[in-house]
Design a binder for this molecule. Structure first.
Ligand code: ZN
Length: 620
């Protein structure tokens, strides 16, 4: 019945080493805590987490997560080593600055331009004003490249004034990861990060990985230099970097690097102040715990013995060669244990929830703060390993084709004697402290009848308590967002638009894959035609075939017998097909020229439908 470990004794015995590392080298922070967008709305408020400073955990927070938040939310400019600085607490990620003599190497320029610029301004004010010579993207996630427009420009990159260095495969993965299932991932990400929760002792207190992401302007500048192998060296100014490629770890395209002149190693997002996610709750392709552990083994061999400082894309630096070796070794062992033991249990016949229930790190690993589950957890990561190797099906025929949640809930509630009986059982479970079972019972009651306000209130209370007790920032955010939505419904956030830079970097076949997964199947089943699309500004041709409920696209192909040929720019193609701007006006202005059956393009546009924003999650 234990839900979460009592961490207060652990926190009381803390040696405060991480607090020392987090504070070391502090120079200054923003005088005005709010970084604003051009339209005046805040992009970030570095003072948002002031409530955690210097106070013990309240009843509403797990003491271990509270401690983690106290470390992660320290903000400002920090000197990490000779010629290396970081700005932390301006975003979920950190940005690092390496003095290359004639200018800066900027590593991972945060999520949005406004905070990246604020970080560059801060180092300009307190250390030196220098031009940016290079930007490094450690990997293909947006919190590591989205702010690049705040520290340099696409024109400077094109002119060769600044180099943009990234791991092989960066651009493809940067644009593809969130495209096809973007709407579903975005909706689910709100739960993971607690986007709609207040920053407060009863609300969001970080995701466990870092403070909340900034909310400014996204950008993307394509790399000019790719790292394609481990051991590759790149020199910028008077600084040489030696890279280690780590594809398929935390991101499909990722890399660490070593600075021999400074005996410093940058571990990207491969070594953090938390056990990371193998499968984020927002949803993603499942990651590979074995590759992660194996690449850390290689990092230890390559770098640990010759590094006096380690810094990373989230969290805090670590200082001292012995400390770095011990950290990387213990952290590697945590992923190795997680992987190997989850697989061992699979091979004894345990299913994913059974493995999650029993798998725990040995104390020698779990007592290390950086191995604890603040962002990923042993529970959901072990399920991810099961998913990676064996998939969703547990091999029990009862689970091959069960009823979906809503009809199953109605039958469960009826079988238990009706809603009132279910609520009574739930109250008894709450009284026994069995909140997990209470949540299951009440979830059935809500899915059987979403108008059962008593059950909704009770379930919201249960989720709130589970959130307050959770050690993982992600789990806390998930439970508290669930409670919020049961009480008030989903906050109607607008569907996020695409960043123009990301859109420009997205290939036409990827965009047509996006269109294809928005096809209304009945409309596409009722038609049977082909269309040539000619993107006049890019010299691209695409043959589109519609029928049998699907849209098939072939790049570089055209068919003289197609029902029509449509000539237009890619911008007009996107505006009409995806953004649903009316076709007629663009045809009248001559921007879209159609030869053949003009009605076919209208039919195509008509069958591409927008996804449902703000869809229900905690209710049917
Ligand atoms: Zn990140």
């Amino acid at each position: 019945m234990t839900r979460f470990e009592d961490t207060s004794a652990l926190v009381a015995a803390d040696d405060r080493k991480d607090f020392d590392f987090a504070a070391r080298g502090f120079i200054a922070t923003l005088a005005d805590p709010v970084v604003r967008r051009a339209d005046g709305r805040p992009a970030y408020d570095v003072s948002a987490y002031r409530f955690v400073e210097g106070t013990p955990a309240p009843e509403t927070a797990n003491p271990s997560l509270w401690r983690q938040a106290q470390i992660l939310t320290q903000h400002g400019l920090f000197k990490v080593a000779d010629r290396i600085w970081q700005v932390r607490g301006f975003d979920v990620s950190t940005v690092s600055f390496i003095d290359a003599g004639a200018g800066w190497i900027v590593v991972d320029p945060l999520t949005t331009c406004e905070v990246a610029k604020a970080a560059l301004d801060l180092i300009g004010e307190h250390v030196a004003q220098k031009p940016v010579l290079a930007v490094i993207y450690s990997h293909s996630h947006v919190d590591h490249y989205g702010g690049v427009g705040g520290v340099t420009t696409a024109a400077d990159a094109a002119a060769g004034k600044v180099r943009i260095i990234a791991p092989e495969g960066f651009l493809e993965h940067a644009v593809s990861e969130n495209i096809i299932v973007g709407p579903a991932m975005l909706r689910r990400a709100r739960f993971q990060f607690g986007h709609t929760l207040k920053c407060c002792a009863e609300g969001e207190i970080t995701s466990g990985l870092g403070p909340r992401p900034s909310a400014g302007t996204l950008s993307l500048i394509a790399p000019t230099d790719l790292v394609t192998q481990t051991g590759q060296e790149i020199t910028v100014g008077d600084v040489t970097m030696v890279f280690q490629l780590t594809p398929g770890t935390e991101a499909p395209s990722e890399m660490n690097f070593y600075l021999p002149q400074f005996r410093a190693v940058f571990m990207a997002e491969n070594a953090n102040l938390t056990m990371h996610n193998l499968l984020p709750a927002r949803g993603a392709l499942v990651r590979d715990a074995k590759a992660w552990a194996d690449y850390l083994t290689e990092s230890i061999r390559l770098f640990a013995g010759q590094s006096d400082v380690m810094f990373a894309a989230h969290g805090i630096p670590r200082f001292g060669q012995a400390e770095i070796t011990a950290f990387l070794t213990s952290h590697r062992n945590a992923y190795k244990f997680l992987h190997d033991q989850a697989v061992r249990l699979m091979n004894t016949g345990l299913t994913a929830p059974e493995i999650a229930e029993v798998l725990a790190l040995p104390q020698v690993l779990s007592k290390q703060w950086f191995n604890r589950g603040y962002y990923g957890t042993m529970s959901h990561n072990s399920k991810a390993i099961y998913q990676r190797y064996l998939g969703w099906y547990d091999a029990n025929p009862a689970n091959l084709n069960p009823l979906p949640p809503e009809p199953a809930a109605k039958k469960y509630v009826a079988a238990m004697g009706g809603a009132e009986a279910v609520r009574a059982l739930a109250k008894a479970a709450i009284g026994d402290g069995d909140l997990r079972w209470a949540a299951t019972l009440l979830n059935h009651a809500v899915f059987a009848d979403e108008g059962d306000t008593t059950a909704r209130e009770l379930l919201a209370d249960v989720y709130t308590e589970l959130g307050y007790e959770a050690e993982a920032g992600t789990w806390r955010n998930i439970y508290l967002t669930g409670a919020q939505e049961l009480r008030h419904g989903p906050v109607a956030l607008p569907a996020a638009g695409f960043s123009p830079d990301v859109l420009a970097a997205t290939t036409t076949p990827m965009l047509l894959d996006l269109a294809a997964v928005r096809v209304n199947p009945d409309k596409a089943a009722a038609r049977d035609f082909t269309l040539n699309i000619v993107l006049t500004d890019r010299g691209e041709t695409v043959l589109i075939t519609v029928g049998d409920g699907v849209l098939v696209h072939e790049h570089g192909v055209s068919d003289p017998a197609a029902g029509a040929t449509v000539r237009l720019t890619r911008a007009d193609f996107l505006m009409t097909l995806i953004a649903k701007f009316p076709v007629q006006g663009r045809v009248e202005s001559g921007d879209i020229v159609i030869a053949g059956d003009a009605g076919l393009y209208d039919a195509l546009v008509d069958m591409i439908e927008a996804p449902t924003p703000n869809f229900p999650i905690v209710t049917p």
